[in-house]
Write a protein that binds this ligand. Structure first.
Ligand SMILES: Cc1ncc(COP(=O)(O)O)c(C=O)c1O
Length: 370
C-alpha cells in the first residue's frame, strides 16, 4: 500500500510585517455578524477566515498569518491591496475634499472620464459613474430602452448582471434569484457553452447554432423589436464560460437587425483581465454601443460606470438623472490612480503571463480528467 505524499507549499519571503491586530476577536466578529448582518450574506469555508490587513498580493488574518490572495475581493483588487500609489491618492483626496456631488464642478470626475474613455475604441466617449456594477447595468438597460423606444431585452442563461431589482431579472442563475417579480421584458437565450451545452467544441457549427438561438428568441419571445442584447464576454459568476468564437459578432448583427443596442458587461472582463485585450469584447472583434464596468475599475472602491456614445448618452438629457455618490472625488482619485497603475505596470501583460500559466495547467488537468 502506498501512502499519498502531501507537501505543504510555503509562501516566498515578503518584506512586510502586518500591524499588531487590536480589534474584536474572531469569535466576537462571528457573533456580531450573526446578530446584526443579513443571513443572505455568506462566508467561504467551514471555519471562515477573518482578514484584517492586505499588502499587494497578500492578505493577513488577525494572527498575522499570511495568505496569497487568489480571489481579490471577487476579481476587484486589480493592482494589489493598499498599492502605495493608490493609497497615497486616496489619502491626499481624503485630506482635501471628500464629497460634494456632481452638482458642483470638480476636476477629478472629468479627468477620470477622459482617462477612461481614452482606453475605449470608437465613439465610446461619454461616462456615467455609479456605485456598483448592478447600478451600471440598470442604467444601461434604461438608456437602451429610451434610445430605441423598445422594451424587449435579450440576455443569456447562466448570466450574472447583478442583484438590484431589474438586474436580478437579467441574471439567469436560480441561486441568485429571489422569488419576487422580476425580468419584465427580459428574455433569456441559450447559454453558449461549448463544454456542457447541447452544441460542443467538436461541432464546427456550434457557435452559429448558439447565435441562431438568440435569433429564435428575438423572433418568438419578443415583439420583434429589441431594446438591447446584453452579455458578459466571459460568463464570470456562471463558472468562467468563454463565449464561442464568432458568436458575439453574429448575435450583434441579429440584435442590430432588430433595432437593438449591444451592451457588453465588462464588470469582470474589463481592465486587461483577459490578458489578450483590455476589454473582453475586443477578443471577439465586436464594437458594443454601451459598455458597463465596475470591480477592477477602482481597486475596491465602490464604483461602476456606463460608457456609451454621445448620441445614445443624449437620451439622458430628457430628464434630470442623479445619484448622490457617483463620481465622488475620493472614488475618482482612487480610480485615477488605479488606472495609472494598470497601464504603467502592464497589468494586462501580467494577466496574460500568470493567467496563461494557470490556464495551461488547468487545461492539462482537464484532459487528464476527461
Ligand atoms: C459580470 C457582472 N456584472 C455585474 C455584476 C454586479 O456588480 P455589483 O456586485 O458591483 O453590483 C457582477 C458582480 O459580480 C458581475 O460579475
Amino acid at each position: 500500500m502506498t501512502t499519498a505524499q502531501t507537501t505543504t507549499p510555503t509562501l516566498p519571503d515578503f518584506d512586510y510585517s502586518p500591524m499588531p491586530y487590536e480589534g474584536p476577536s474572531r469569535d466576537e466578529v462571528i457573533a456580531l455578524r450573526k446578530q446584526h448582518l443579513s443571513p443572505g450574506i455568506i462566508t467561504y469555508y467551514k471555519n471562515p477566515v477573518m482578514i484584517v490587513e492586505g499588502k499587494m498580493q497578500y492578505l493577513y488574518d488577525e494572527t498575522g498569518r499570511r495568505y496569497l490572495d487568489g480571489f481579490a475581493g471577487i476579481v476587484t483588487v486589480s493592482v494589489g491591496h493598499c498599492h502605495p500609489k493608490v493609497t497615497a491618492a486616496c489619502v491626499k483626496q481624503n485630506e482635501t475634499l471628500q464629497h460634494t456631488t456632481t452638482i458642483y464642478l470638480n476636476p477629478n470626475i472629468c479627468q477620470f472620464a477622459k482617462k477612461l474613455t481614452d482606453q475605449l475604441p470608437g465613439d465610446l466617449s461619454v461616462c456615467y459613474f455609479t456605485n456598483s456594477g448592478s447600478e451600471a447595468n440598470d442604467l444601461a438597460i434604461m438608456m437602451a430602452r429610451m434610445h430605441t423606444a423598445s422594451f424587449d431585452i435579450v440576455a443569456l442563461r447562466n448570466a450574472y448582471h447583478g442583484m438590484s431589482p431589474s438586474t436580478m431579472g437579467l441574471t439567469a442563475q436560480s441561486n441568485w434569484k429571489y422569488p419576487v417579480p422580476q425580468g419584465f421584458g427580459i428574455h433569456h437565450a441559450q447559454m453558449p457553452d461549448l463544454l456542457r451545452g447541447p452544441h460542443r467544441a467538436d461541432d464546427p457549427k456550434a457557435s452559429e447554432k448558439y447565435s441562431n438561438d438568440v435569433l429564435d428568441c428575438i423572433r418568438h419571445s419578443t415583439t420583434g423589436k429589441l431594446a438591447a442584447f446584453i452579455a458578459e464576454p466571459i460568463q464570470g459568476v456562471g463558472g468562467t464560460v468563454d463565449l464561442p468564437e464568432g458568436y458575439l459578432a453574429r448575435v450583434y448583427e441579429h440584435t442590430r437587425a432588430h433595432g437593438g443596442l449591444c451592451i457588453s458587461d465588462e464588470v469582470q472582463t474589463g481592465f486587461g483581465r483577459t490578458g489578450t485585450k483590455f476589454w473582453g469584447f475586443e477578443n471577439h472583434g465586436v464594437m458594443p454601443d454601451i459598455v458597463t464596468m465596475a470591480k477592477g475599475i477602482g481597486n475596491g472602491s465602490p464604483l461602476g460606470a456606463v460608457v456609451t456614445t454621445p448620441e445614445i448618452a443624449a437620451t439622458m438629457g430628457q430628464r434630470l438623472h442623479f445619484n448622490t455618490y457617483g463620481g465622488n472625488p475620493v472614488t475618482m482619485a482612487q480610480a485615477n490612480a488605479t488606472l495609472d497603475v494598470i497601464l504603467e505596470d502592464d497589468i494586462q501583460g501580467r494577466a496574460l503571463e500568470v493567467g496563461g500559466y494557470l490556464k495551461d495547467g488547468l487545461t492539462k488537468l482537464m484532459s487528464k480528467q476527461a
